[in-house]
Design a protein. Structure first.
Length: 623
């Protein structure tokens, strides 16, 4: 049912006076375009990092109000998230450097998150609410040494909001817009989103509670006439206490529920099918600091229930326990070390309950030399309850030359990663194989980064990635079409180039651009573009108004036409989006967003609907 009462209800809420006037939240003192964390787990200057970490700050997230986290990430170099241009409930496929979903690890507030019941065991990015996120870092390349399973092509490191200022404050973010295809430009309001963030700080005690809801209708999943709706509710609570200068602890609870209609996949046609995913996560994070070091303990419990109502109904119940304990120590302000132990236990109910666990000790070291020579290196021993032990490592040297107020940095790395077979592949209802080995990825990188003050930054990276023991779903009996998951005997190679550019040529004007080339001798996977480019122009009019224009080009891809079981080529396309944001005061701001301005027609998935020109209006009020 469409909930048209959300907008007026929120408007009434905005009229209430809550607490004293709060100044607009400032950006973290440690600017993410100067400091990176994900490649070392230490807050180190970007010039000392051997990677080109992609940072998405709170400022950038606010400049993209109304867009999903997946849509924002999809504008970054080396990444293609297929499904972001289709109806809201479309499954998302994250392709990085020729890889797939199961090779991308998502971390939320320091904890690995995944779905043990899924065929790729990935975290569902559709569950994320942009208004609840503080910042994002994306580390590309093999990173299993620090982060473990699935960190083979990228790590998406997400930090949620937390209370920062003394007193009580509340933010209300609300928007509504159209949800229409290229051929049906009726401009009916059919997409509603509302979020309330309440935060409080009193001395050593911090508290944050957030709740959000999104409802989207009008667009059909498959090309057809029946609309497929999506409804998402989410909430989280975070309570922190600083017991002393050295010791603090934060408890958190997250809840997400996603309901989505979907259509028949074979044949692809309208159908009255639905999907429900309900997730609850409870976490506890503590830090004890001592001279030159600190001990960290992160613990989380995640419960996931998924159900499908269709011609082939199914239901899955899974849970996971994650424990990450590590000690950080700094020697002479030059050597930054981490020694840790990561434990993960996954469990899923198929026809019977199945589980697997990993116990991984790991060590990582970063050396920052006064002469510009830096080194990031580490090792990890993966111990899996099913296949035994697996040793991985990384070495990442870099050399920096200071140039006036900037620098020229040369980078290189050689790293291995692993992707453990998930519970569905080991014990699931389709093609399970208990004898699977982990996939092993090896990535070689080389590149440079040049920064000239704060007005010009350019980086370029060449990567060469290989996959051994790749897990594939193969037909083992051509007569009965019986299939099974098996490790491939062949090594698959991918290589490419990622180029990024950021400039502030004149005051209040920004230009960001990136280009990615991905190739493979045996051909890329379905829906992975060989070439992709993004350009973003931003102009600030004073301190209150921001105008942004983005452009994205995606080259030809291949897909499967299930009507003929043949591969087809999807044509290239270009999309342009416009964003206008204005702060009327330090309490109230509004935005207008127009996506696919030219209403370009294109295909993202064969026989599925894609979005045309769409308009969204929204506001944010701080009380």
């Amino acid at each position: 049912m469409k909930n048209y009462f959300l907008w007026p209800t929120v408007t009434v809420l905005l009229c209430a006076k809550v607490g004293a006037q709060q100044e607009q939240d400032s950006i973290n003192t440690l600017q993410l375009d100067e400091v990176v964390v994900s490649d070392s787990r230490f807050q180190l200057k970007r010039e000392n990092s051997g990677k080109t970490v992609v940072s998405i700050s709170q400022k950038e997230l606010e400049q993209n109000q109304g867009r999903s986290i997946a849509e924002i990430i999809n504008t970054k170099s080396g990444i293609e998230i297929n499904g972001t241009r289709s109806y809201a409930g479309q499954n998302l496929s994250t392709y990085v450097r020729g890889g797939n979903n199961r090779q991308v690890l998502v971390i939320i507030d320091g904890i690995q998150v995944s779905d043990p019941s899924g065929t790729s065991a990935e975290y569902d990015l559709r569950l994320l609410n942009t208004s609840q996120i503080e910042s994002i870092e994306i580390l590309k390349g093999a990173a299993s040494t620090l982060y473990g399973n699935s960190a083979a092509t990228a790590v998406i490191n997400i930090t949620t909001k937390q209370a920062k200022k003394e007193g009580l404050s509340m933010d209300v973010i609300s928007s509504m817009g159209t949800n229409q295809s290229q051929d049906d430009q009726n401009y009916n309001i059919s997409d509603f989103s509302n979020t309330v963030n309440l935060s409080a700080k009193n001395g050593k005690l911090t508290f944050l509670a957030s709740g959000g809801h999104q409802f989207t209708d009008e667009l059909s999943a498959a090309i057809g006439t029946e609309a497929d709706a999506l409804s998402r509710i989410d909430g989280n609570v975070k309570i922190g206490y600083q017991f002393s200068r050295r010791f603090n602890i934060t408890a958190s609870a997250f809840y997400n529920k996603l309901n989505s209609d979907y259509d028949n996949g074979f044949p692809i046609e309208d159908a009255d099918f639905s999907f429900t995913s309900e997730q609850s996560r409870f976490g506890l994070a503590s830090t004890y600091g001592y001279e030159k070091g600190s001990v960290h303990v992160n613990v989380a419990y995640n419960q996931i229930d998924r159900s499908f109502i269709s011609s082939f109904p199914a239901a899955y119940d899974s849970r996971s326990i994650v424990v990450d304990v590590f000690n950080k120590y700094t020697f002479a302000e030059k050597i930054y070390t981490i020694v840790g132990l990561n434990y993960i236990d996954n469990q899923t109910l198929f026809s019977e309950e199945q589980n697997s666990n990993t116990v991984d000790p790991y060590v990582n070291m970063v050396y920052i030399g006064d002469d510009g020579i830096n080194l990031n290196a580490g090792v990890r021993l993966n111990n899996h309850s099913n296949y035994g032990s697996n040793f991985i490592y990384n070495i990442n040297p870099s050399y920096r030359i200071n140039i006036n107020s900037g620098y020229l940095k040369f980078m290189g790395s050689y790293a291995t990663s692993y992707i453990a077979p998930n519970l569905s592949q080991l014990y699931g209802p389709f093609g399970a194989n208990k004898d699977l080995n982990p996939e092993e990825d090896t990535t070689l990188e080389g590149g440079l980064e040049f920064k000239l003050s704060d007005k010009f930054t350019m980086n370029a990276v060449y990567f060469n990635r290989s996959e051994d023991d790749r897990i594939e779903y193969v037909t083992i009996d051509p007569n009965t079409f019986e299939s099974q998951y098996r490790n491939s005997a062949n090594t698959v190679h991918f290589n490419g180039v990622e180029v990024g550019f950021s400039s502030k040529p004149v005051k209040d004007f920004t230009l960001d651009a990136n280009y990615t080339l991905t190739s493979s001798k045996k051909g890329l996977a379905l829906r992975v573009p060989k070439n992709k480019a993004n350009v973003s122009l931003g102009y600030s009019i004073g301190v209150k108004t921001y105008v942004g224009l983005t452009y994205q080009y995606v080259s030809n891809r291949t897909d499967t036409d299930f009507a003929t079981f043949s591969e087809v080529t999807l044509g290239s396309f270009s999309l342009a989006n416009l964003q206008l944001k204005h702060d009327f005061s330090n309490r109230f701001g509004a935005f207008i967003a127009v996506d696919n301005i030219l209403n370009e027609e294109y295909t993202e998935l064969v026989d599925y609907t894609t979005k045309g020109r769409n308009l969204r209006l929204g506001f944010k009020m701080s009380l």
